[in-house]
Design a protein around this ligand. Sequence first.
Ligand code: ADP
Length: 247
Amino acid sequence: MSDYVLEAQGLSKGFRGFMAVQGVDLNVENGSIHALIGPNGAGKTTCFNLLTKFLQPSAGRIAFEGQDITQLSPAGVARRGMVRSFQISAVFGHMTALENVRIALARARGGNFDFWRGERVLIRFNDRALALLDDVGLSDSAGVPAVALSYGRKRALEIATTLALEPRLMLLDEPTAGMTEADVGRIVALIRKIRAGRTILMVEHNLSVVSGLSDRITVLARGRVLAEGDYASVSANEAVVTAYLGT
Ligand code: ADP
């Protein structure tokens, strides 16, 4: 098998003639943490949406674990093991952290979840849900309604509901956006912990998070790949420095 869990070639997307993403090649190595960075408007979100099939590319192809997924739906991609952090996790505010993870587990195992007959089914997932909450550092919040959790803890709960799907490739969309410094530290530690046995692709603005976590970085600017490499090499790249200063 290829060393790359995700391979995109010539990925392009135009919006009424404006090319938001143009001819992007992206290879994500199995087991790595790979960051997608770039100044505002570079095409990072569009790229993420294309890779997870929330948007259909105008051109290009995408393969996950060697299988072409260019024509799949977001749900089809998720079923194969490539899951975006918020994909299933529209966290239910009035339900407790534990209930949220139990529902995510029930959905991961059995598709649609029937709320009316649910409680009996959900009990089955109690132990696994508690273990997942423990993994993300939320053991002490199991009985707390999601709405009452701090922002940082809500993001951790979101990660727990994503882990319920047992993704082999996890896509994190700005995992530390809007967080306090203390929460950023917790999420970084959490990402280090959950990387075991899986690959992570993330869009992240905080460059100290990127430098601390990423094995490989792809820099986008104006819809194209500007540079790729480890943090030392891309941060020393003149074109990258210019692109960042220019915004
Ligand atoms: P980033 O996430 O790097 O900030 P985006 O992928 O959000 O960049 O956007 C890239 C470019 O494409 C921007 O110029 C943005 O205005 C444009 N764009 C993104 N989505 C749409 C859309 N649905 N319609 C028109 N233009 C879009």
